[in-house]
Design a protein around this ligand. Sequence first.
Ligand code: 13P
Length: 253
Amino acid sequence: MADRRPMIAGNWKMHMTTGDAVTFLEGVAAGVNEDTGGEVVICTPYTALSTVAADIEKKNLKIGLGAQNMHWEETGAFTGEISPLMLVDLGLEFVIVGHSERRQLFGETNETVNKKLKAALDHGLKPIFCVGETLSQREAGQTTEVIAAQIKEGLEGIGGDLSERLVIAYEPIWAIGTGKVAEPEDANDVIRHIRALVGSLFGVDTAQKLRIIYGGSVKPDNVAKIMAEPEIDGALVGGACLKPDSFLKLVNY
Ligand code: 13P
């Protein structure tokens, strides 16, 4: 079994002004640099990225930084969009791609997600590639099939060793922001399926090294149980990552 470095990633979604972001970093500075052996990432709104990047550097914090979305083109007439070049320009390491809120509220499809994943990888950004089923898909027994399509179509035409360049986040849509966390064993089973699929597409070695994390109502009081599952390599956290004390409890689970 490959040694996969655990990752706790906070997705701030549409929260935090630049002032809030600086206050947050003050609040976590003392606790975030403890060496837990894990990787800590925050994905902030675009507007906070450069302030947060500068503050992470100034305070010498062990926090990786990411955006929550991007367009696939480098430049062009795409009003309101942000390109991979712009994210690289800020020195970012990560970008969330295909979050269910982007898919459900902003019309992203497996095809646009594929373009974004290709562009992110081409620019040396590490995508946190989100997949997950709706409640009705789960109840209809379609979880595996839906996720397989998201992964196959999302990673279509992408090659090379992805193990250090990509993170997959399994986020069942019915568990996001609802307080209904997936049973850790169930999430572990789905992630085992995802790993097997990645193995069939990219080889067993890549699949064993690739990190696959879980998201959906992860909180300080359930994180340890989730992280104890053998296939689950980390957590992508929304609501519970916004307050310093809660974030530090997650990071130091
Ligand atoms: P919550 O942790 O608020 O359920 O959000 C999960 C999520 O969507 C992270 O990307």
